[in-house]
Design a protein around this ligand. Sequence first.
Ligand SMILES: [Zn+2]
Length: 384
Amino acid sequence: MDKTILDALKKNNDNALHLLERFVQIESYSHDKEGVDRLGKDIIDVFSDAFPVKTERIMEVEQGDHLRIQLGHGGKKILLLSHLDTVYPKGTLKQMPFWINEGKAMGPGVLDIKQSYVMVYHLFQLLLQHNSHDLNKVKIVWLLTSDEEIGSPTGQHVVLAEAQQSEAVLVLEPATNDGKLKSARKGGGNFSLEVLGISAHAGLNPQDGANAIEELAYQITQIVKLADHSRGTTINTGEIRGGDLFNVVPAYASTKIDVRILEPDEGIRVERAFKNLQVKNQRTQLKIHGSVYRPPLLKTEQTFKLLSLAQKVADDLELKIEDTLVGGGSDGNYAAQTGIPVLDGLGAYGGFAHAPEEYVWVDSIAERSTLVYGILRELLKNSA
Ligand SMILES: [Zn+2]
């Protein structure tokens, strides 16, 4: 593949930015079903106006609806993954408006994940221009889940079902800040631990109390020992609460803990250890909730094959690509459970995802669209 496609896309950056702005202007916080659904509807409008696609909303009651957009109608399937939701509550746009400056586009969700919608727009255009024949044999399915940013409680089932029947899964999550693909991701989960103690006066009858904070402090020292850096298992005590007044023995304390794993066995070990936590002060009680729900996305032999395809395309385009392991999870983790080849972090790149300064490099949208188009073209060649 030569560079003319890339150059043509870069020339068309103005259109790409209009589209990006349109999608960023519709806020879509994970917990705001109305906003997520409004964005879903707008994506359907834009894509059905421009392309001969089949669209479907997969209804949810509390979360936003998931979205499935299909181009082509062949028997084989290649899956593109992104999501509708962002981490930004409704109203964030007021402090963080869409803004373009020095090659960067800024705004809530611009990098994670709205750049990917523009990429798919480019991809569908290129596929229809150059590969319409292949689309009789292969269909491209773009799946957008509605709750990825909160661990895909409902989206994971849709991802699994869709990935199971696919030849390959390309995840359009942003690349790392320096443009690396994500060939492996840690899995993980979270736990909450509550300690129920007994309240008493700190001066008059402390012996009648059972100090929940002291018990919690002890439990945390036990929990952090579950980390095993040699196996990639990390533990983070991220939140702690308890007590009201210095002269009262506290009856309640709680903590929230984040767990990341690289090996599936480690998930089982850590879950078991949480279940088996024992109180030190027999007059307190523990309440434990949580699980290690997200499986790791491992760099398998299948990943290597996809990576070498990507490498070949990148060489033609005179781009340098590298890949890496990251600690954060995505829907790619769920897709990988099927054993189907998954390559993640194929999206554009920028910085400060999930933070007020979030931005995407405008040129990287064209670059990554061309790269993914090249990968799709190779996959089409192999399966058509
Ligand atoms: Zn994301």
